[in-house]
Write a protein that binds this ligand. Structure first.
Ligand code: ADP
Ligand code: MG
Length: 323
């Protein structure tokens, strides 16, 4: 129902940045290699995400805005070996219930595409259209029918800052995909998508920063940690420079943040933070991610050993770099 969708929307799409993240993750799940995001204002005015992925068939398109119509899980078994970023089938119905939504899509093998327009959860149009292969989703007037939620939003700059931050993180998680962010005509970010992490870091954090970073790489049993960390004199006053990626999913983890600080030990004064882009590869059965609909929090089963492994990796990288 519309009410159930709006309640779910409160959980899944709290603010413009959550919409952007869900749409990009859908594009990634659809195997896109190029993703362009256009934002107007804070994102409340307009969010558009265009991808060159596998598209949505004419038969499936109207289903995408129905609750739990995910195409990604066929059985409970799938849940356990989940490879996709999305799996609840809640994002599009939630977004559709609190915006004016347009989905244009064409699977590459079809000659024409379809456009679906939804307003406040109700279908307004569904027809054939010419379009490039892939999917373009436009979300206009976010929260136009939920004024209470709209009032919770921060300033335009803050909301847009969160959007560019999350797109930066997603592009570091997937250096093999080219990301573009425009606001709305200004090119804010563009990554090459050639699979080179350091090149993507250069595009996101600047070439001067990228050049100074130290490569980190270590493994223990099935665990592998790789990425880049800053020398102790390249620090920031916020944790914004910390990107954590677990099996291609961007996450937040206080325990990993603490393990990283431990690795730097006394090398960095309090209230200053290193820049770290770390990718952890770990068997999927060794952690849980579905503790919250935004899927950002993660719980590791062998937490203590894993954190020692991470702290040690950081420590050794810094030791080796010493002149
Ligand atoms: P979930 O990602 O959890 O499956 P969503 O509500 O995010 O649920 O999306 C619903 C369905 O719409 C997806 O399962 C997928 O089949 C389809 N879909 C959404 N976005 C895209 C896209 N960009 N390209 C191809 N299919 C998409
Ligand atoms: Mg999804």
């Amino acid at each position: 129902s519309q009410a159930a969708n709006q309640i779910a929307a409160g959980e899944v799409v709290e603010r413009p940045v959550s919409v952007v993240k869900e749409l990009i993750e859908n594009a990634l799940d659809a195997q896109a290699t190029q993703i362009e995001v256009i934002i107007e204002g804070s994102g409340v005015e307009r969010i558009r995400v265009q991808d060159n992925g596998q598209g949505i068939s004419a038969a499936d398109l109207p289903l995408t805005v129905l609750r739990h119509a995910t195409s990604k899980i066929r059985s409970i078994d799938d849940l356990n070996r989940l490879r996709t970023l999305g799996f609840r089938g809640e994002a599009l119905p939630s977004i559709a219930s609190v915006s004016r939504l347009e989905i244009i899509s064409r699977p590459p093998e079809e000659i024409s595409g379809r456009v679906l327009r939804i307003q406040g959860g109700e279908q307004r149009e569904f027809s054939e259209t010419g379009c490039p292969p892939g999917t373009t989703i436009t979300v206009d007037d976010l929260f136009y029918n939920t004024p209470a939620r709209r009032k919770f939003l921060k300033s335009k700059n803050t909301e847009f800052g969160q959007i560019s931050d999350v797109i930066g993180r997603l592009s570091l998680a997937r250096p093999d995909v080219s990301f573009t962010l425009k606001h709305p005509k200004v090119l804010v970010l563009q990554t090459p998508g050639k699979g080179n992490l350091l090149e993507s870091i250069g595009a996101v954090l600047g070439q001067a920063t990228a050049r100074r970073l130290l490569p980190l790489s270590c493994s223990q049993g099935d665990w592998r940690l790789e990425g880049y960390i800053s020398p102790p004199d390249l620090v920031r006053s916020t944790k914004q420079g910390e990107t954590l990626i677990v099996n291609e999913r961007i996450i937040r983890s206080n325990s990993i943040s603490r393990a990283i600080s431990e690795g730097y030990h006394t090398l960095i004064p309090a209230k200053l933070y290193p820049i770290t882009i770390l990718k952890l590869h770990i068997p999927p059965h060794e952690y849980d991610v579905n503790v919250h609909p935004t899927k950002m929090e993660i719980r590791f089963h062998k937490e203590k050993e894993l954190m020692e492994f991470i702290a040690e990796g950081v420590r050794r990288t810094l030791l080796q770099a010493r002149p």
